[in-house]
Design a protein around this ligand. Structure first.
Ligand code: AGP
Length: 615
């Protein structure tokens, strides 16, 4: 998730774009850049680091270059954060310059063809391929920039919000959108383009939000021409008069980043499997895994090291890897692993899971595992982070920046990557029937829709939260794949509401915790379709007979648990191994609403940091 900003009008473009980038830094902040038209050429400055690092490098001449420009603050997905991979990117001729938020899945194929035609590339990005594809089409077809963009985008597979201009036509900016947000601000004799309205809300509150598959040619002194990319059909855009303030826009209109990130899960799960899950071809393809499949297929053991929510994601994957790939898995707290002098051999494969990629305990555990000869694979969200650089290879989640301290979309995108890995390894080992493999490929592709469906129960969950906001303790119970989800649900509640909560395997109740049950101890039970369902029903009855109050997460349409639980939260039916991706949703929302009702600082709870870079 990156931030894009563009300006064309009667003002000096630089300060507007720079300030706009600062407002979009919450979307991505590992590198930044700006390109300005100076009346003849394109002046460009870009750098690894934050927008402040960029502004420190822009000279006075560039800062007053002119009235047309584009800027970008990056959250890397292809190519590590460095100056060269930063946006904007210029075409080989130097005429075209582009910024891009999204992922072009087929960029390697497009790049090979362009190289054959003599194009050279300086970065590792998919974006540089796109701007040269547009240049090649513009030259070959002898068409204007807008037409070349339209033809090029019909050859592209992926997601994008782009803005670009041609130094030979400095009275227009061309923009296009598919899968990533893009807003156009309409001022008096000036236009703004941005990922959201924060960069231009102080200049105008009139905005057009392009729909997926639309592009626009923005010309000074002319009406904006909006068209459908697929067929060039003209679109009559609606102009919105924005009533939001800055802070509300940064949070996408949500009250907290945590709620925004909970609601981003359908799109970021799709971004995470985009280009990697190909059900029609019946394949899973993970760039970082393909060259190391034999290590995983022949591994004696997979050791997963992580902390907190990432450890819970690892625990979910233990059940999946063992069930599908038939490989023994051990899930270790990194903080324990690194001090335990663990026995590791070169036949062991280690997976390090970390959203930030900077957790000190996990980083040190990775180094220890490497010293002991293990192959270490990373599942991180931040490209170029310390852990991602320390591991031998890895797969990035494409969750975008997670601002809320409580991990939500990190959890579901980590599970998505781990599920893809288990499918890929099972396929190589032949440990999964073809029908089972194909069924799970197709069902995984449906998860974003099912998560979106689970999110629709938000109002009901808020009502349940109101019943329990004043309790002092909670128990969370789950079995099998949902035992780790019970742990994660308990962690979410305690870290943002400060209510004590414990997660347990449901069957463990008889071995002590049931002594805690009375009318003051609410119990959240994950009771969805599973091989354990009847046993979970018995657990619920044991609790009810001791006056415990039950909040059950059930599969929609459930008629058994619904009869005995005090409250139910429904999730769509999905194969048992994929249920953690949906059962966690009501638990995230329950914790969020209880914390809000208790007036907690939801995005920055007391005593916590987003990334624990100290030991
Ligand atoms: C979870 O909500 C917490 N933010 C915390 O447990 C977190 O998951 C843990 O610190 C690990 O962080 P990482 O994924 O960035 O390594």
């Amino acid at each position: 998730m990156c931030g894009i900003v563009g300006y064309i009008g009667h003002q000096n473009a630089y300060p507007i774009i720079l300030n706009g980038l600062r407002r979009l830094e919450y979307r991505g902040y590992d590198s930044a850049g700006i390109a300005l038209y100076d009346g003849e050429n394109i002046q460009m400055c870009k750098t690894k680091g934050k927008v402040d690092d960029l502004s420190a490098k822009v000279n006075a001449e560039m800062a007053t270059a002119g009235n047309l420009g584009i800027g970008h603050t990056r959250w890397a997905t292809h190519g590590v954060p460095n100056d060269v991979n930063s946006h904007p990117h210029v075409s080989n001729s130097g005429d075209l310059v582009i910024i891009h938020n999204g992922i072009i899945e087929n960029y390697t194929t497009l790049k090979k063809e362009l190289v054959k035609r003599g194009y050279t590339f300086h970065s590792d990005t998919d974006t540089e391929v796109l701007v040269n594809l547009i240049e090649e089409i513009k030259k070959q077809e002898n068409v204007k920039l807008g037409k070349a963009v339209q033809i090029a985008l019909n050859q592209v597979v992926g997601a994008y919000a782009i803005a670009l201009f041609d130094r030979n036509k400095p009275d227009e900016i061309v923009v296009a959108k598919l899968g990533s947000p893009l807003a156009i601000g309409i001022g008096e004799g000036e236009f703004f383009v941005a990922s959201d309205a924060t960069p231009f809300i102080e200049f105008t509150n009139n905005a057009i939000y392009l729909e997926d598959g639309e592009m626009a040619i923005i010309r000074l002194g002319r009406e904006i021409a909006v068209r459908r990319i697929a067929n060039d059909e003209r679109v009559d855009p609606s102009i919105h008069e924005l009533q939001l303030n800055l802070e509300q826009i940064e949070k996408g209109g949500y009250d907290h980043f945590m709620l925004k990130e909970i609601y981003e899960q359908p799109s970021v799960i799709k971004d995470t499997y985009r280009g990697r899950l190909l059900p029609n071809e019946g394949i899973v393809r993970l760039g970082g895994l393909e060259d190391h499949l034999e290590k995983f297929a022949n591994a004696n053991r997979i050791i997963i090291i992580a902390c907190g929510t990432s450890w819970h994601a690892g625990l979910v994957s233990e059940y999946i890897f063992e069930e599908w790939a038939r490989v023994p898995v051990e899930v270790e707290y990194a903080s324990e692993f690194r001090y335990r002098n663990p026995i590791i051999t070169e036949k062991d494969v280690v997976i390090a899971i970390s959203q930030s990629g900077e957790t000190a305990d996990t980083l040190e555990a990775v180094k220890l595992a490497k010293r002991k000869g293990a192959f270490v694979y990373g599942v991180c969200n931040v490209v170029g982070s310390s852990i991602s650089r320390e591991t031998h290879s890895g797969t990035y989640t494409h969750a975008g920046p997670e601002i809320g301290v409580a991990s939500t979309k990190a959890f579901t995108t980590q599970i998505t990557v781990l599920t893809l890995m288990a499918l890929r390894i099972a396929k190589v080992k032949g440990t999964m029937s073809h029908s089972d493999y194909m069924m799970h490929l197709r069902e995984l592709e449906l998860i974003p829709t099912k998560v979106a469906q689970a999110l629709k129960t938000n109002d009901h969950i808020k009502a349940v939260a109101r019943e329990f906001k004043d309790v002092s303790n909670f128990l969370y119970l789950g079995r099998g794949y949902n035992f780790p989800v019970a742990l994660e649900g308990a962690l979410k509640l305690k870290e943002i509401s400060y209510i004590h909560a414990e997660g347990y395997p449901a069957a463990e109740m008889k071995h002590g915790p049931i002594a805690l049950i009375d009318e003051n101890m609410p119990v959240v039970v994950i009771a969805v379709n599973s091989n354990h369902y009847e046993k979970v029903v018995s657990n619920i009855q044991e609790i009810k007979s001791r006056n415990g109050r039950i909040i059950a997460v059930v599969t929609e349409g459930d008629t058994t648990v619904t009869e005995i639980a005090d409250y139910v939260m429904e999730v769509p039916k999905t194969p048992e191994a994929l249920t953690p991706l949906v059962t966690t949703i009501p638990l995230q929302l329950l914790s969020y609403h209880i914390a809000v009702m208790l007036n907690r600082n939801v995005d920055q709870p007391r005593n916590l940091a987003k990334s624990v870079t100290v030991e």
